[in-house]
Design a protein around this ligand. Structure first.
Ligand code: ADP
Ligand code: MG
Length: 481
């Protein structure tokens, strides 16, 4: 039994001794680092958790190890903040508890594949489940707001008709904004609708490592079969393929083969296809053949809804004003939003209290995140509204160019109006990270591709137009950027 398997067994054996909500908060992203000479070293993601384990769980853990056949003489807890990262080797407790007392399967750290129990042609009816798509990522627990609506809708359409609606589906956006959630959620939904299909999910990094390994071991054919047998191939963070020519070549052929058989391909990236550097043009043009959607940081209300949803999932009750305070202050990634929430809960539990605005403000201060609201008092005064809305930016840009708001968002296409309109779209996207879909809606219900074109036009023009650069800088100054 590997250390990871033993650790999972230990956690499962604690189920009737520790409350489920406590298990979710404290045991998530932990692992058994080593077991040497009857001494266990357990790694945990934060100092809070470390303290908590030392104070509350040491004894219980000694007993649990014993129950699992390992009598220990010593136990140590070490902090490894990498455990909080996606794809870390910490245990996913939500998933583990869901599996309940089902047999724990060996988890190869290879490609993540789920083949359903129905068996599948090409697998000789074998039923095997290796590392599954993470079941916690679902399309129905993805909170939809204006800034990710299109991406979510596209994923739903793909899940209902894989290979037939949008192929490939290309989802892009900055880190921590929900791409992996959407991609894996789509994979899970496809398996819900079509239980005998084969969904292959992997990061581009994994794809690369596997091809390198298969070349070394001269079993490229096995590698190819694995990917090319997929009914749906999901490759996360494709930007990783930059400058890796051999891997790109392999991916190109995999892509073509699947595409021509109408198999669904879903890709994520940190930027749109055109902006990918070091990726072969023929691949970029393939990425552009289907549907391209972006995700960006959601508005305040959506952030709040996400926090409420995460509390529900963790079975925690947190005062709404505390959640509002978090939503107000964390402004760049949802992963960070969740991270602050989890820390707030962990700290409060350690102190046997509930998170408060003050305790959260201390956490935010430590993270250097308290850039908009300097004190909880100011937050209370501010009416808890986000500082910058689309409307405010639109008003400011129209004032700057001496136009009315309705000129700016309206239909007229004269040059005097088009440039300010494009500048405004550019700023909303570049500086405030609004999605193209949302910007399109704000600008008189235009299509998101119109907003994307306007943005790209300004990106091109600022390289050669000094006046434009001066205008944009002046507007940014007025916004306070
Ligand atoms: P990315 O792949 O873009 O870096 P992830 O998909 O890993 O981001 O998302 C980071 C975290 O934020 C995950 O825990 C994910 O569940 C959560 N998340 C992101 N967007 C949403 C959303 N709209 N609703 C619920 N959770 C979300
Ligand atoms: Mg990701």
């Amino acid at each position: 039994m590997t250390d990871l398997e033993l650790w999972k067994k230990v956690i499962l054996s604690l189920q009737d001794k520790i409350k489920r909500s406590d298990m979710l908060v404290w045991f998530n992203s932990t692992n058994l680092d080593s077991l040497v000479d009857h001494k266990a070293t357990i790694v945990v993601p934060s100092v809070f958790t470390q303290e908590w384990f030392k104070q509350k769980y040491k004894k219980i853990l000694f007993d649990a190890f014993k129950e699992c056949g390992q009598e220990l003489v010593d136990m140590e807890f070490e902090v490894d903040s990498n455990l909080l990262h996606e794809n870390s080797n910490g245990v996913d407790v939500v998933h583990l508890l869901k599996q309940g007392d089902k047999k724990i399967r060996k988890v190869p750290n290879k490609l993540e594949v789920r083949v359903t129990t129905q068996g599948h042609s090409g697998q000789n009816g074998d039923t095997f489940t290796t590392k599954m798509l993470n079941p916690k990522y679902r399309l129905d627990n993805f909170v939809v707001g204006n800034d990710n609506r299109l991406a979510h809708a596209a994923c739903q359409a793909v899940a209902k008709k894989p290979g037939l609606s949008y192929n490939p589906l290309f989802v892009y956006g900055n880190v921590g904004l929900g791409k992996t959630h959407l991609l894996q959620g789509t994979g899970n939904a496809i398996l819900d609708f079509y239980s005998d299909s084969v969904v292959v999910y992997g990061t581009a990094e994994k794809f690369t490592n596997e091809i390198v390994e298969s070349i070394q071991k001269s079993n490229v054919k096995t590698f190819r079969n694995r990917y090319r047998n997929a009914d749906c191939l999901i490759i996360d963070d494709i930007q990783f393929l930059a400058d890796k020519e051999r891997t790109q070549e392999e991916f190109f052929h995999t892509f073509n083969e699947l595409y021509h058989e109408n198999k669904q391909i879903i890709i994520s990236s940190d930027r749109p296809p055109k902006e990918l550097k070091g990726i072969d043009d023929r691949l970029v043009s393939r990425f552009e053949m289907g549907m391209i959607v972006d995700v960006s940081f959601p508005d305040y209300e959506t952030c709040l809804a996400i926090l409420h949803r995460k509390c529900q999932e963790m079975e925690m009750l947190i005062p709404t004003d505390v959640l509002e305070f978090i939503a107000y202050n964390v402004q760049n990634s949802i992963r960070e939003l969740e991270g602050v929430l989890v820390q707030a809960i962990a700290q409060a539990q350690l102190e046997d209290s509930t998170p408060t605005i003050n305790s959260v403000s201390k956490i935010l201060n430590k993270l250097g995140k308290i850039n908009l609201v300097t004190s909880p008092e100011k937050f209370m005064e501010s009416g808890r509204k986000p500082m910058t809305s689309c409307d405010e930016v639109i008003d400011l840009v129209s004032d700057y160019y001496k136009l009315t708001k309705y000129d700016l968002i309206g239909e007229r296409r004269s040059r005097e109006i088009m440039i300010p309109r494009q500048v405004c779209i550019y700023l909303l996207r570049k500086e405030f990270n609004f999605s193209f879909e949302r910007i399109g809606t704000e600008f008189g219900g235009r299509n998101h591709t119109t907003a994307m074109h306007a943005f790209n036009k300004i990106v091109r023009d600022i390289k050669k137009d000094q006046k434009l650069v001066r205008d944009i800088n002046a507007i940014k100054k007025e916004i306070g950027l």
